[in-house]
Design a protein around this ligand. Structure first.
Ligand SMILES: Nc1ncnc2c1ncn2[C@@H]1O[C@H](COP(=O)(O)OP(=O)(O)O)[C@@H](O)[C@H]1O
Ligand SMILES: [Mg+2]
Length: 346
């Protein structure tokens, strides 16, 4: 370990406790990755000038469809992939200039499970601790296993563990050097719902105890449920980055269009409280928050004013729509689209 290991700390600590701690657990600037052409495969721009800040203490979700560039970003942070351009800092340590410190500040759980089946979980953690140069007296293998709900599995053969347990063992392995930043690449891909819940609980707990968590996922639901901040990435570009609740607030938007049986000279006064927009001679568009459910009142007011509606339509935004809107906007004509095209809503 480096001489002054930065201790993980939660936000809200007294100023003295957070003095000297970086504001951003991970900070990425202009990060670009082009995989070289190989054989018939053309060169691939997997990350395109990405800027991203992951605040200390957050549980941060990097959300995007398959092929978006999530693993590439994670693997650059983990030192498994060389970036083409740009800069990255982990816990304030520059990946190029302070590589060793940057490495020791991060624990990475890769997308693929790779666990040597002939070791016990305890042995695996001790080995890993050895690789990170954690002196025996400072190892916390039992505690870490316990934190991941594997207290009674320390001496079991890894090959006898269920898929969910293996996944948690991978997390335990990433935590042996007690890094302040934990990165999980698609932690619940292919994991059934119950095990997913368990893993989420473990991850939440690590986060509560002060670890900054960055996870990638292509499940909207997972990011929504687990993360306090979400960045959406598509075709190698970050197209949205916000607190989860702000992102979700955008989802609360709905629109109702009413079509009347005659031309309207303007917005009827009784409808003013709903601030509609006249979008045609006979059309009014009402934008509202779904959570306010104002539609019955709107329709009452319409009836009360003696107006006849001959047709109506609503539009709804869900995370999927936002995702599509954003990804459409950011489309850069790469010719290759790994996310399934969704037909336009009727
Ligand atoms: N080693 C590689 N060589 C060439 N292309 C790659 C390599 N790894 C990933 N890619 C390509 O880069 C893009 C981003 O991949 P990846 O970062 O794995 O996305 P994600 O993790 O979001 O699914 C994809 O188009 C993928 O095919
Ligand atoms: Mg991936």
């Amino acid at each position: 370990m480096n001489s002054e290991p930065p201790k993980a700390t939660m936000d809200g600590l007294p100023p003295a406790a957070i003095e000297g701690l970086p504001e951003q657990a991970v900070s990425v600037k202009g990060l670009t990755k082009t995989y070289k052409a190989a054989g018939k495969a053309p060169a691939k721009l997997a990350l395109d000038d990405v800027d991203l800040d992951i605040p200390r203490g957050s549980l941060f979700g990097l959300l995007g469809p398959n092929g978006a560039g999530k693993s590439t970003l994670i693997n650059i942070l983990a030192g498994l992939v060389n970036k083409t351009a740009g800069a990255a800092a982990i816990w304030g340590f520059d990946l190029d200039r302070e590589t060793r410190q940057a490495r020791s500040a991060i624990g990475v759980v890769p997308q693929e499970l790779n666990i040597d089946p002939f070791f016990t979980p305890f042995e695996l953690l001790e080995l890993q601790a050895g690789l990170y140069g954690v002196p025996p007296a400072e190892r916390r293998s039992h505690d870490i296993l316990a934190a991941m709900g594997l207290a009674d599995k320390g001496d079991a053969y890894a090959r006898t563990l269920s898929g969910g347990m293996r996944r948690r063992l991978m997390v335990a392995k990433a935590m042996v050097h007690q890094p302040p930043v934990l990165v999980l690449d698609e932690p619940t891909a292919g994991v059934d719902i119950e095990l997913r819940q368990q893993l989420w609980a473990n991850v939440r707990e690590l986060n509560r105890a002060g670890t900054t968590v960055l996870l990638t996922t292509h499940y909207l639901e997972e990011a929504e449920e687990l993360c306090d901040r979400i960045a959406i990435i598509n075709h190698g570009k970050v197209i949205a980055c916000d607190r989860t609740e702000s992102l979700l607030a955008r989802l609360d938007n709905k629109a109702l269009t009413l079509i009347f049986d005659r031309d309207l000279p303007g917005v009827p006064e009784v409808l003013n409280p709903f601030a509609p927009e006249q979008t045609g001679a006979r059309r009014l568009l009402f934008r509202y928050h779904a959570s306010d459910s104002p539609v019955p009142q709107i329709l009452d007011a319409v009836c009360g004013a003696g107006l006849s509606v001959i047709d109506m339509s609503t539009e709804e935004t869900d995370l999927e729509d936002i995702f599509l809107q954003l990804t459409r906007g950011a489309h850069e004509g790469s010719g290759r689209s790994e996310d399934g095209d969704k037909g336009a809503a009727a």
